[in-house]
Design a protein around this ligand. Structure first.
Ligand code: HEM
Length: 422
């Protein structure tokens, strides 16, 4: 990057604490989506007002710079001067974590920098290549078909979240990991509680410890009796390729995959179905021409931006964003959701248009931490929407949209339930 200055040493000078809101105080973050099928309206106002705004994270009380322009968000996420080290004092942690606890937590590679990040990520990259995921298509199709069979057999109304959106990614992912399908509810509960900003610190810490014990036993078992699954290959690769990570590191990788792989896709299936039901012309076009599904999925990812504030960093060198200097040590929320609704890149961003070219969206982030499961998520979403529209053409909401309950308190946006009929 041309405009990244050298890192400063010593404490940040007082003039570096710049105001965010009109009254000079940093704005409380995250913002609530007042219109449920839109990103928070504050993003658009802030994007027009300037390149960076100071915000204060509601739960942890930490301050950070919020970036809302596509160009800046993309650049910062790809910038080697931006760190993902969650133990760094300026890192915009969403939860309040006591300092003594913070030092002991084994963060997963999503919260580490190179070289640890690179070593750990490389161990699981082969599991998520386009080739590997394409080979899973028949099995994904089978899971989706079985869930839709069960849905249709149960009557003429159902909660689509419970019957389809939640089970498809969790069944598939349990199989990929080599875990017992009987443990799905446990994984799901873990993912729900840890991804919910409203969960108590005590619940999160207890579940963390339990899950670490569970995954530790599972990986140790795979080391002794390897199978044809992700965790067995992870353990073997660790030894054979000389990465020699401790069991606790392997556990943190598995824990990351569980958190990242379950709820994200489930929430995209629930919300994505709702968007298609609310946009019948788009649903008809997709039903008539399933080759549009790749474009439709990208547009849904852009439009919904369910992990809009998951892309956070801390600067390791001063960086200029327009006329704002972000100092080394300061936190940054490079909001992919704000970037995905930037009209400089996406014309009429509030319009859901499956014919637009949305490939430049940042819902999966950018740079070295770009979502590892993007291929897996994409293929599941394509198969679910194509199959759902083809097999239940009369699908519609069973309640008015105003009665739906959305997950405003989560790190990932979603729906609690989606009552449908046909
Ligand atoms: C539609 C669903 C999904 C969305 C919107 C999504 C979005 C994201 C985002 C925004 C990040 C943060 C990257 C950053 O810090 O810059 C991320 C990271 C990650 N995601 Fe996903 N994700 C999805 C599904 C999945 C799935 C199915 C998996 C499978 C295991 C997965 C695995 C990961 C991993 C391992 C990371 C950390 C990557 C790293 O730090 O190197 N994600 N994802």
């Amino acid at each position: 990057m041309t405009d990244v200055a050298q890192a400063e040493t010593g404490p940040t000078p007082p003039e570096a604490v710049r105001p965010g809101g009109d009254d000079g105080a940093p704005l409380a973050f995250p913002f609530t989506r007042k219109c449920p099928l839109s990103t928070p309206q504050e993003y658009a106002e802030l994007r027009d007002a300037g390149p960076a705004t100071k915000v204060r994270l509601q739960l942890s009380g930490k301050e950070a710079w919020l970036l809302t322009r596509h160009e800046d968000v993309k650049r910062v996420l790809g910038d080697p001067a931006m760190s993902s080290d969650a133990k760094s004092p300026g890192y915009p942690l969403q939860f309040p974590v006591p300092e003594e606890v913070l030092q002991f937590i084994k963060f997963p590679f999503s919260a580490l920098d190179a070289p640890e990040h690179t070593v750990q990520r490389r161990l699981v990259i082969p599991e998520f290549t386009a080739h590997r995921i394409q080979a899973l298509r028949p099995r994904i199709q089978q899971i989706v078909d079985e869930r839709i069979d069960a849905l249709l057999a149960a009557g003429d109304t159902a909660d689509l979240v419970k019957q389809l959106a939640a089970p498809v990614p969790s069944l598939l992912f349990c199989e990929m990991l080599g875990a017992d399908p009987a443990d799905i509810d446990y994984f799901r509960r873990y993912s729900e509680v840890t991804m919910n900003r409203e969960s108590t610190q005590e619940d999160v810490t207890t579940l963390y410890a339990e899950m670490d014990g569970f995954l530790g036993r599972l990986i140790t078992e795979k080391e002794k009796n390897p199978g044809d699954d992700l965790l067995s290959r992870l353990a073997a690769k660790n030894r054979e390729e000389g990465a020699d990570l401790e069991l606790a590191d392997l556990v943190s990788i598995a824990r990351l995959l569980v958190v990242a792989g379950f709820d994200t896709t489930a929430n995209m299936i629930g919300l994505g179905t709702l968007v298609l039901l609310e946009n019948p012309e788009a649903a008809d076009a997709l039903r008539a021409d399933p080759s549009l599904s790749r474009k439709a999925v990208d547009e849904l990812l852009r439009f919904l931006s369910i992990a809009d504030s998951a892309t956070v960093r801390v600067a390791t060198a001063d960086i200029e964003i327009g006329d704002v200097t972000i100092r080394a040590g300061e936190g940054v929320i490079a909001s992919n959701g704000a970037a995905n609704w930037d009209s400089a890149v996406f014309e009429d961003p509030h319009v859901f248009d499956i014919h637009r070219d949305a490939r430049n969206h940042l819902a999966f982030s950018n740079g070295p931490h770009q979502c590892l499961g993007a291929n897996l998520a994409r293929v599941q979403l394509e198969i679910v929407f194509e199959t759902l529209l083809a097999r239940i053409p009369t699908l519609r909401l069973a309640v008015p949209v105003e009665e739906l309950s959305f997950m405003h308190g989560g790190h990932i946006y979603g729906l609690h339930e989606l009552p449908v009929t046909w």
